[in-house]
Design a protein around this ligand. Sequence first.
Ligand SMILES: [Zn+2]
Length: 105
Amino acid sequence: MSSNFADSQGGTLAVALAELEGRLGEVLKEVRRLRALARALEEENQRLRTIMFAEQAGEGGYQQLLRFYEDGFHVCPPHFARVRDSDGCLFCLSFLEKKGLHPHG
Ligand SMILES: [Zn+2]
């Protein structure tokens, strides 16, 4: 009788664990989805900031972006306003070149 009791408890526990595992999988899937969404929103935010920065600065906006770049900051949408390596950034360069700007050095 006591072994029957243990078996039935063990079975219940296994079912509960399987259920919990299933729910955890769902939660992890949701976390991954939200993380991807957050990343997408951050990238969009950076892109919009770049555009706003250029528009607010008006005529000389792109010249200011160029100076900003030469001061050592990213002006490319993916990394806007972050400190960049002295090596330069290909995204920044192609972004500036599209605006007809050519950084020195
Ligand atoms: Zn960059």
